[in-house]
Design a protein around this ligand. Structure first.
Ligand SMILES: Nc1ncnc2c1ncn2[C@@H]1O[C@H](COP(=O)(O)OP(=O)(O)O)[C@@H](O)[C@H]1O
Ligand SMILES: [Mg+2]
Length: 301
């Protein structure tokens, strides 16, 4: 296992108060054309029902074949729950790929299928139909050992509502992925403390999660996702219930993980504050993906 990336101070530049306006101004001003129909549609959507232009109602954002720098490829990915009268299709045959170093934001309202999609990519749920490939390996056909390897080495997960284990201390939570990897306790503690220091949480190492604020718990969840130095990060609603100061820290830390550490990030959210940081934005509605940005439009430096 490689050393976790060097600790850097967490930038604390505030996101301006009016995040919606700031987001759109940033996005339009920086690297997105002002006539981007998706942005205009999102802009019009604020607080209302979203009615995308017909031209954006495509569901194909990938190729059938593997590309060298590809991390994920989803082909006709479909997830349904229930049978008969209770049957619901939550993910409706979507096609997209993710290339190395991308920061993908999947943006959409509550109930649109964001968490389900992320759990599918994480190998925690099995598709009803279709395929998910991670680096050209069909993820949903991995055996238990291969899936454990995927979780232990390749992917870091940040769940909606943190999913911290309440009976474990903060450092034990952070070191949990290393425990799965069979690392000795002393080494795990050492690595966890380094990670907590980086997130400004070293003083809370022996606390229980319930003794921390929401913002602190979210940073613990991020630290846990990073402890095994994964190349891929899957992040669900990271600022869900955070105050604006905690949210700023989390937003900028994720941006840094992308820009400086070159990690591939897929983040799902109903919050617009992440849009300017993304290399590509997908809008998700009723289990269907929409976008107008090409994968080649990376803004990373
Ligand atoms: N295990 C499940 N059984 C039945 N329906 C589910 C299940 N998980 C999610 N759903 C439904 O799928 C839809 C999308 O849920 P979810 O992926 O959590 O959306 P989001 O994260 O965008 O809020 C919702 O209508 C939800 O009720
Ligand atoms: Mg969700």
């Amino acid at each position: 296992m490689t050393e976790p990336a060097t600790a850097n101070p967490i930038p604390k530049d505030p996101i301006p108060e009016d995040t919606v306006q700031a987001t759109l101004a940033y996005q339009i001003g920086n690297d997105r054309p002002t006539d981007d129909p998706m942005l205009q549609a999102i802009q019009e959507e604020v607080g209302q029902d979203f009615a995308p232009p017909e031209s954006l109602l495509s569901t194909n954002f990938t190729t059938e074949t593997y590309q060298e720098n590809e991390v994920f490829r989803c082909i006709n990915l479909t997830k349904s729950y229930g049978h008969g009268i209770s049957y619901t299709e939550v993910i409706k045959g979507i096609n997209f790929n993710v290339l190395e170093g991308e920061y993908i934001v999947i943006y959409g309202p509550s109930g649109s299928g964001k968490s389900t999609l992320l759990h599918l990519l994480a190998g925690l749920e099995v598709p009803t139909r279709g395929d998910i490939y991670v680096r050209n390996h069909p993820i949903h056909r991995l055996n238990d050992e291969e899936l454990t390897y995927y979780h232990r080495e390749e992917v870091g997960l940040v769940f909606q509502n943190f999913n911290l284990l309440e009976s474990l201390s903060v450092w034990e939570n952070v070191s949990f992925p290393l425990m799965l990897a069979g690392a000795p306790r002393e080494w795990r503690q050492h690595e966890a403390l380094k990670m907590l220091e980086r997130f400004g949480l070293a003083d809370f190492a022996t606390h229980l999660p319930s003794q921390l604020s929401g913002g602190q718990q979210q940073r613990v969840a991020l630290a846990r996702a990073l402890i095994h130095d994964p190349e891929i990060l899957l992040i669900d609603e990271p600022t869900g219930n955070l105050d604006s100061h905690s949210a700023n820290i989390v937003i900028h830390e994720i941006d840094r993980l992308h820009k400086q550490e070159k990690r591939t990030i897929i983040l799902v959210t109903h919050s617009q504050v992440f849009l300017p940081f993304a290399t590509r934005v997908f809008y998700i509605r009723d289990g269907t993906l929409l976008t107008s940005n090409e994968p080649s439009r990376l803004n990373s430096t």
